[in-house]
Design a protein around this ligand. Sequence first.
Ligand SMILES: Cc1cc2nc3c(=O)[nH]c(=O)nc-3n(C[C@H](O)[C@H](O)[C@H](O)COP(=O)(O)O)c2cc1C
Length: 213
Amino acid sequence: MDATSLAGLRRTYEGRPLLETDVAADPITQFTRWFEEALEAGLPEPNAMVVATASAGGRPSARTVLLKGYDEHGFVFFTNYESRKGRDLAENARASLLFPWHPIRRQVRVEGSVARLAHEESAAYFNSRPYGSRIAAWASRQSAVVRSREELDARYAELAARWPEEPPVPDFWGGFRVVPTEVEFWQGQLERMHDRLRYRRVHPGWVLERLAP
Ligand SMILES: Cc1cc2nc3c(=O)[nH]c(=O)nc-3n(C[C@H](O)[C@H](O)[C@H](O)COP(=O)(O)O)c2cc1C
């Protein structure tokens, strides 16, 4: 499909104006407002976000993960530390997050440094997950090539038989926290004159800047 045939998908973005005088002094408070509005709007997966990483050599990759928590310290997701993203973050501890909230004509973009959660924090979350998810975390060498579906299922069955009740916490699995240095709020507007407000970390606070759409 080329750009001309996609033109029919064009839409007029008519959101509420996003003004410097209306937003919070810090991006986490502002994120909370928008996240709550995303929940109220009934978006299908409001906490799904795209995480972009890059290898030490600068090769980018992106994938969707679920936001499992956030506060003034950053945005948290859980994954396999030996996956492609885990390996990228081990050699280049920076990431960009994107919340694509299309139905409400909004986008939030976060950029920052990344740190592993303390083992106890990851363990607490791991142990709160359903049994099947915990076994699956053990059974899947995330991002490795597997011979077949059967091989995966056999591995799952073997591990479920080994730990019929409480599987231990894998040392290759846990959380990452993205500590933001920039957070941008995008609100679609008429005639492509969208609003973009970006918070930039300048210790001890944040600088708010408007970006051209
Ligand atoms: C809606 C959605 C939510 C997902 N949530 C997670 C998640 O929380 N953690 C995770 O490791 N993978 C999650 N995935 C799978 C990732 O997109 C990806 O396939 C996987 O993490 C391997 O990525 P990598 O090879 O780049 O490391 C999710 C996928 C989708 C579509």
